[in-house]
Ligand binder design. Sequence first.
Ligand code: ADP
Length: 168
Amino acid sequence: MNAHRPLTAVYPGSFDPITKGHEDIARRCLRIADQVLVAVAHTATQKKTSLFDVEERVAMNAAVFADEPRISCVSFSGLLVDYCKGVGAHLVIRGLRAVSDFEYEFQMAQMNQELWDDFETVFLTPDVDYSFLSASLVREVARLGGDVSTFVSPLVRDRLDEVFRSQR
Ligand code: ADP
């Protein structure tokens, strides 16, 4: 890596929707990188169909990080390493919540290293308040009418309310 160039990190994920855990990881990332690309993955890394389409997820991410010029919100399709090569990013950030995240994250990091050797994955841990938080759990609580305002930003909460109210 060139020490004189700004260090760009890619933080990829499904962000369906963005939670305060994701937000915490992206902001922490600015302690080690000059700029962060919060990158919503098209289908490839999604196990099931999403609640919000990719464009809306990018728009919600952008609204959440509107105060932070060093964070840009994008989407990508295809291999993460190809996206990183295209934007000249040699650093990928992932969040680690608990041991349960470890095996999948470890496999993926090693596979990406096989695909492109000039590339590192760095794992960050969230504030303890968010270590149990996942987008799927937030969707489930919101679907059942629970209050998710401690877990997501107000604009995301409002969209979740809207979507699930129309389904009830
Ligand atoms: P989720 O598992 O919540 O659906 P994503 O697939 O969007 O999240 O995950 C993107 C990255 O963010 C992954 O590395 C995931 O481990 C991490 N992440 C998600 N939620 C949290 C959290 N609450 N704390 C730390 N990292 C998180």
